[in-house]
Each structure stands twice: as structure tokens, then as C-alpha cells.
Design a protein around this ligand. Structure first.
Ligand SMILES: Cc1ncc(COP(=O)(O)O)c(C=O)c1O
Length: 382
């Protein structure tokens, strides 16, 4: 099997998550809305998972709305809470995931004003540049990605939240890449809303949550009273149980995870630095411990990915959702990275199952690929 190095796209489930889910897949699982014992058992499993999420994120259980993942959670937030009739803008960033940017475009098409903050060259929103924009915008919603899926760069969410009027502006963070990878406490951050997805923290695909304490103006999925009337439809019981278990394990294993992932990433970046002309995007900014987004000047990103795939390494060229598209990443464009360099970008995102030996193997393969190139190409590119 190829070495899996694409954990920001999706992470393999923790074996204990699989064990926790299995009884709900193998045995009769009641509908959590049913009053009989099967239903009550399913309801109780959902409520335990909700409590685990609340402990991990420092929020109340009542604020947790289970969804089908990060995309739905972001859509629910944007389409459920924004009031386009009041003439006040949404402030967000140019480096959001498409599950924020696309609904923003839809809202914009309906007349909603949207202001997007630009990051600096390291992919971080600069507080000094953001301050006058936020002071004058009179925003109704501030939505900031917590850690970018491509660069791994962590944004100054709490500092930006402190720049808006908290009585009239809701502060949301798409924390899909951050939850479970770094400590994150909503009460400490003092934000109103947060979205995330189980499959990024070793839970199952197709389940996630929006955490928010206020009632929305609209809901996305109606037709059932589930999730406190905020998201209709019979709950994905096994998925939610898996999410709860993944949240618990992420909390208990956070320190160990940070240590291991940082070790892998740092070793990789040391080896990468030995390849002339290699560039790591966002390297000077605070980043997730598991992500390196880099370019080799000699290789188009997709060519490099295919070479690495043939050699037994699974990486990604930026966000997984965009890997069929060959345009430079919108994140690197926002960072004013030259298009040619941006087209060479490849992302490695490590997980707990990766080893230092695999890092060495990857680095050796990259060096071998570069060594095979004609000297003129190498010299011209550096
Ligand atoms: C930052 C970010 N937000 C949202 C999503 C969407 O999450 P999901 O796949 O659960 O819909 C992703 C997935 O890659 C992401 O990286």
C-alpha cells in the first residue's frame, strides 16, 4: 500500500473509533426519535457524543448541532444566520475553504455585501491591515478560517474577533482543519460559532458539527424536529458515535500527537531545504504541526504528484476538493505567490500512523527525482 500522506484531505479512522461504531452498524440501532429501548439507546449514544464534543471545544452541549460535515455546517451558518435585508456586510478572508467562499458568492449574488481580507505573503491575516477594515465595516458576521487546509497557517481568530462589536456581529470560525490537531477552546477564544468535520480528526466521513448558541433565521434542512429543530432528518447514529469517540481521543492524545507530527514535519522540512530552490509556503507563520505546503521549481505539482504516486506516496496538490482543477490555488494567489511557483505546489499532511522512516523515504524520493532532471533544467530553475 502507498504511504498515506494526505491527512488534511481525510484521515484514516482511529481503530478505537471503528470499535465504538461497530455495535451501531452490526446490531439493530433504533431511531433516536423512537420511544422504545432501542430508540432510547441511540438517543443516549448521540447525547454522549455531544458531550464529548462540548468538552473538546469548551462549549455547551446545547450548542452542538450535528451535520453531515464541515461543508454543511458552514452553509448552515452562512445561509441560516445572515440577514441580507439589514445592509451590513459579512467580513471574511480570501483564503477560506470553498465551503465558505461559494455560499458567500451566492449571498453576494443576492445583494449581500461581502468584504474579503487579504493575507500577507505568509498566508496570515495581518492585524494592522484588518483593523481599519473591521473598524469601519459595521459587519454583521466575521468568518475566519482557523487553520488553512492548504498551508496549515493558523489565523489570529481571537484578535480579529476582538476588533468587531460583539453585540451586533457574530464571529464564526471554520475550524475544520484545526479541531483535534491543536488545542482549541471556544470560551477562551470568545467566538460565537465554529464548524468542523469528523473525518479530519480520525473520525468517520459524512459527519461534523456546527457549534452555535444563537437561533438561526433560517434552517437548511427542514422536515424533522431533530437537532433541536435546527437540522431535520434521522441522525447518523454510528457516525455521530464515531465523531464523539474521535473527539475524546483527540483530547486525550493531543500532546502526543503534537509532538509526533511536529517531529515528522520538521524532519521533512530539513530534508526539503537540502533541495536547491525548494520553497515552503507560510513557513514563517504559526502553522498546524502536520502540514508542509511546498514547491520544487522544476516540477509542475501534478507531475510531481503522479511521480510520487507511482513511487508509492499519496500526497495532494492543495485542497482535495480542487485537485481536478489545474488553476493555481486561490490561497497561493491571495498570498501573491507567482503563478508558476503556485502551479508547482504540493501538500504533504502527516498523520499519527506516519513514521520518521517514511519521511526519510519521501525526502530521498524527491531528491532522486530532482537528480534525474537534466542539469540545465535544475540550474535554470534555481
Ligand atoms: C477548512 C475546511 N473547511 C471545510 C471543509 C469541508 O469539510 P467536509 O469535507 O466535512 O464537508 C474542509 C475539507 O477539506 C476544509 O479543509
Amino acid at each position: 500500500m502507498p504511504v498515506y500522506l494526505d491527512h488534511n484531505a481525510t484521515s484514516p479512522m482511529h481503530p478505537e473509533v471503528v470499535d465504538a461504531m461497530l455495535p451501531f452498524l452490526q446490531n439493530p440501532t433504533g431511531n433516536p426519535s423512537s420511544l422504545h429501548s432501542y430508540g432510547r439507546m441511540a438517543r443516549s449514544a448521540i447525547e454522549s457524543a455531544r458531550a464529548e464534543v462540548a468538552v473538546l471545544l469548551g462549549c455547551s452541549s446545547q450548542a452542538v448541532i450535528f451535520t453531515s460535515g464541515g461543508t454543511e455546517a458552514n452553509n448552515l451558518l452562512l445561509k441560516g444566520y445572515v440577514d441580507s435585508s439589514i445592509g451590513r456586510p459579512i467580513v471574511s478572508t480570501e483564503i477560506e475553504h470553498p465551503s465558505i467562499l461559494e455560499p458567500l458568492r451566492q449571498l453576494q449574488a443576492e445583494g449581500q455585501a461581502v468584504v474579503l481580507l487579504k493575507p500577507d505573503h505568509d498566508g496570515r491575516i495581518d492585524l494592522q491591515s484588518a483593523s481599519p477594515v473591521l473598524a469601519s465595516a459595521n459587519a454583521q458576521l466575521l468568518s475566519i478560517i482557523y487553520a488553512n487546509n492548504e498551508t496549515g497557517v493558523i489565523q489570529p481568530v481571537a484578535e480579529l474577533a476582538a476588533m468587531v462589536d460583539r453585540d451586533s456581529c457574530l464571529v464564526h470560525s471554520d475550524a475544520t482543519q484545526a479541531v483535534g490537531k491543536i488545542p482549541l477552546d471556544m470560551a477562551q477564544l470568545d467566538i460565537d460559532s465554529l464548524s468542523f468535520s469528523a473525518h479530519k480528526l480520525r473520525g468517520p466521513q459524512g459527519v461534523g458539527a456546527l457549534i452555535v448558541n444563537r437561533k438561526p433565521r433560517n434552517i437548511l434542512i427542514s422536515g424533522g424536529h431533530q437537532e433541536n429543530n435546527l437540522r431535520g432528518g434521522t441522525e447518523n447514529v454510528a457516525g455521530i458515535v464515531g465523531l464523539g469517540k474521535a473527539a475524546r481521543l483527540a483530547r486525550l492524545e493531543m500532546e502526543q500527537k503534537k509532538h509526533h507530527l511536529t517531529e515528522l514535519r520538521d524532519l521533512f522540512e530539513i530534508r526539503l531545504a537540502a533541495i536547491p530552490g525548494s520553497v515552503v509556503f507560510g513557513q514563517q507563520a504559526p502553522r498546524l504541526p502536520n502540514t508542509t505546503y511546498f514547491s520544487l521549481p522544476y516540477y509542475h505539482g501534478e507531475t510531481l504528484l503522479m511521480e510520487l504516486d507511482r513511487a508509492g506516496f499519496a500526497l495532494s496538490s492543495g485542497s482535495a476538493c480542487q485537485s481536478a482543477v489545474t488553476a493555481p490555488s486561490h490561497v497561493l494567489k491571495a498570498m501573491d505567490v507567482d503563478d508558476n511557483l503556485a502551479l508547482n505546489a504540493v501538500r504533504v499532511s502527516f498523520g499519527m500512523n506516519n513514521s520518521l522512516q517514511e519521511v526519510e523515504m519521501l525526502a530521498t524520493k524527491l531528491q532522486q527525482l530532482v537528480n534525474k532532471l537534466p542539469t540545465v533544467i535544475r540550474q535554470a530553475a534555481v
